[in-house]
Design a protein around this ligand. Structure first.
Ligand code: ADP
Length: 705
């Protein structure tokens, strides 16, 4: 399409020097353009080769476009200059009739120009046509012939409404009148072509064709925007029907657009009301400004967060906001667009669940029993905090552990769990010993029942455990005292029966002392007397144990009484190298029988002395007095061998003794207990910190008369 493709023309007059110069400059400019495009293509060829999608074709395309454009412009330029020559020639020879050849040339130029114009409008992607005022189509471009699927010749000269189902020209009188007045119209027009079911939308620009200031026709350029309209319609439909709230807002948080779901979420009845709200009106109490916008510090492109917006009725809506920033060319955020999901109800439910959970936990924690849940893999899945009070350990010490992994786990407990877990028993209970963190053993009672899941299948065992150590102790004490009472009765009768013959034996043996007998018989008589005295003493003690005399009602100074007892035993203690560490105290009086109480203290001192002597040749007896809330106490601590834990529960039993026959009767401590009971007091024994024994006597403080 360069000079050689143009038909040769002979100019009627040679072009002027200036025109030649202009032509030369044109050639030069176009040459440079091609050169520049070639250079650009060559330079970017290498980089473009490496890119995906074969972008190398772009540079070649650019080069071809540049050549085509240059050829087109050059051709047009030549036609115009030829026309100029012809006209000038006519002017120069005004009045002279143009020759055949000249007219031929002129018509060739005009035909070429028309062809070029036709080619130009055919190259449009948009529909272009011109009609006369009555709607007769004068010219149409290729796009329109393709759209109507009718050849060019069957369109031109026909009325436009022959091809249109809608709009009908008859129904558009008002629009046509307005167009004739304004001579221009632009806008979107829905069009339905004949034998076309679908309505197409065209973005049209109509211009009046004017001749002698009269509108004689219409030229139209129309772009098919049906697809865009369709997308827009779908988007609008989505926007309107979406359950999530959708919004556009300014960076300051002012709403620019809101869908009906958002309007509903905020409790308003129209979009206009919502769009008219200032950002502050959307703020729920305690929220920062620009709830829907973002401060400049928060530059992130996408953000998901939970926000609170104020509803029309003032309540707060909790919403899940997922927003995205939209930037302009200079990098500023111009707006935010986002979706909002109403999670108010969900949060309320979560809060309710949390409250219920807390209540359940509170219930379990304040339950007096320890609650344990063990799954079918024999693992602890729940341990209530009560375990701290009962055994001093933490729930975490058991949680997740296997039942038999826990140290000192009792066999009774394991058997109970397995019986209920396996379904052998519907529920069950057992008593077992558990070791507390302080090392002491506690007696526990466990009740176990199966734990069912949602499908009513057993998925574990729930056990409630109670510390019954104290209960057990009391129970044993009751049994013990009943046993003692029965024993006391029996011993009382027995001692009474023995007392009479013994008195006779003692009396007769004393009488026989005065009789004249040989030495050997005297010896036997003395032995008889000694042994019968000892027997009488035992009987006396037995009677004392079974029925101790009622305590007298004297005010007693405990400090003095202990001191007197120590005086009585001073010689023996000194002889056995036992140091007494006693601190007398000024205490309120107790009331009772001083002889009986002295017997108690004497018994304790004697026991200590014997215990020390059993293991060493010297020792210390430490005696301390104290005043408690409404009682007095005296503790006797020795550094003898102490009392083994297994015999501790028995030492107050009558006849319980660890001493060899003849040395102990096992009645001393039981008499002490009986005397103290008569006095409203008590006696207890423990092991001392240094290994010896500690006996503590408690007596009530005497009431003022
Ligand atoms: P007896 O002294 O005749 O054995 P008791 O009733 O006084 O009878 O004592 C009962 C048992 O208590 C004693 O046999 C001894 O085992 C134990 N006992 C008493 N006092 C002490 C002590 N101070 N140290 C160690 N054991 C003691």
């Amino acid at each position: 399409m360069t000079e050689d493709t143009q038909p040769p023309t002979s100019a009627p007059a040679p072009p002027s020097r200036l025109e030649k110069e202009e032509l030369r400059l044109w050639r030069l400019a176009l040459g440079l353009l091609i050169l520049f495009a070639t250079g650009l293509a060559a330079l970017s060829w290498e980089q473009l080769q490496d890119l995906p999608y074969h972008l190398g074709a772009v540079s070649i395309g650019m080069l071809v476009l540049a050549v085509l454009f240059a050829a087109y412009v050059y051709g047009r330029r030549r036609e115009v200059s030829e026309l100029k020559h012809v006209l000038r020639h006519f002017q120069e020879r005004a009045g002279a009739t143009p020759s055949e050849e000249q007219l031929d040339q002129l018509s060739q130029v005009i035909a070429r120009s028309q062809r070029s114009f036709k080619e130009l409008i055919d190259s449009f992607d948009d529909v272009a046509f011109a009609t006369s005022l009555d709607g007769t189509l004068r010219t149409v471009n290729r796009r329109l012939t393709q759209l109507l699927a009718v050849p060019y010749g069957d369109i031109v000269g026909h009325k436009i409404e022959d091809f249109l189902e809608e709009p009908k020209t008859g129904s558009m009188k008002a629009e046509i009148a307005r167009f004739l007045e304004k001579r221009r119209w632009s806008g979107i027009a829905p069009v339905r072509l004949k034998n076309h079911a679908r309505v197409l939308y065209f973005d049209c620009v109509l211009n009046a064709i004017i001749k002698d200031d009269e509108v004689v026709g219409v030229s139209a350029l129309a772009r098919d925007v049906t697809e865009e309209r369709e997308k827009e319609r779908r988007f609008t439909q989505l926007f309107e029907t979406l359950q999530e709230g959708v919004y556009f807002s300014t960076p300051e948080g002012k709403l620019l657009e809101a869908n009906p779901a958002l309007v509903r979420m905020l409790g308003y009845s129209s979009k206009e009301e919502v769009l008219g709200l200032e950002p502050a009106a959307l703020q729920s109490d305690g929220e920062q400004p620009a709830v829907l916008g973002r401060s400049s510090a928060e530059r992130g492109e996408v953000r998901e967060r939970e926000i609170r917006l104020r509803r029309q009725d003032g309540s707060a809506a909790i919403l899940l906001d997922n927003s995205r920033a939209v930037w302009d060319n200079s990098g500023n955020i111009v707006r935010y667009q986002g979706t909002l999901i109403d999670v108010t109800e969900r949060r309320k439910m979560e809060l309710e669940l949390q409250r219920q959970e807390e209540f359940r936990r509170y219930l379990l924690e304040s339950f007096p029993d320890l609650i344990l849940v063990i799954d079918l893999d024999e693992r602890y899945t729940f341990v209530s905090a009560r375990i701290r009070d009962l055994l001093g350990s933490r729930p975490e010490d058991l949680l997740g552990k296997q039942v038999d992994e826990v140290p000192d786990q009792s066999a009774e407990f394991l058997a109970l769990y397995r019986d209920v877990g396996s379904g052998r028993k519907k529920f069950g209970f057992c008593e077992y010993g558990a070791r507390s963190q302080d090392g002491s053993w506690r007696t526990m009672r466990a009740n176990a029942s199966p734990l069912f899941d949602a499908e009513n299948k057993v998925n574990g065992v729930i056990v409630s455990v109670r510390d019954i150590t104290l209960e057990k102790k009391l129970e044993q004490q009751i049994i013990q005292s009943e046993r003692l009472a029965a024993m006391g009765q029996m011993i009382g009768g027995f001692a009474h029966e023995l007392n009479n013959p013994l008195t006779s034996i003692l009396g007769v043996s004393e009488l026989l002392q005065d009789a004249e007998v040989n030495e050997n018989t005297r010896k036997h008589l003395t032995m008889l007397q000694q042994q019968s005295r000892r027997a009488a003493e035992i009987v006396q003690n037995l009677m004392y144990f079974s029925r101790p005399p009622a305590a007298g009602k004297n005010d007693i100074n405990l400090s003095d009484l202990v001191q007197k007892t120590l005086h009585l035993q001073a010689y023996s203690l000194r002889k056995n190298n036992i140091t007494v560490d006693f601190l007398p105290e000024m205490l309120p009086p107790t009331s009772g029988d001083p002889h009986q109480l002295m017997q108690v203290f004497l018994n304790l001192v004697l026991n200590a002395e014997q215990a020390i002597r059993d293991v060493r040749d010297k020792g210390t007896l430490r005696i301390r007095l104290a005043k408690n809330k409404d009682s007095l106490s005296a503790s006797f601590q020795d550094d003898g061998p102490g009392i083994a834990p297994e015999i501790l529960p028995n030492i107050f039993d009558p006849f319980y003794t660890t001493k060899r026959p003849g040395r102990g009767t096992g009645l001393g401590l039981s008499i002490c207990k009986a005397i103290l009971r008569e006095h409203g007091g008590n006696i207890d024994a423990t092991s001392g910190p240094g290994g010896g024994a500690v006996f503590t006597v408690t007596l009530p403080i005497a009431r003022l008369p």
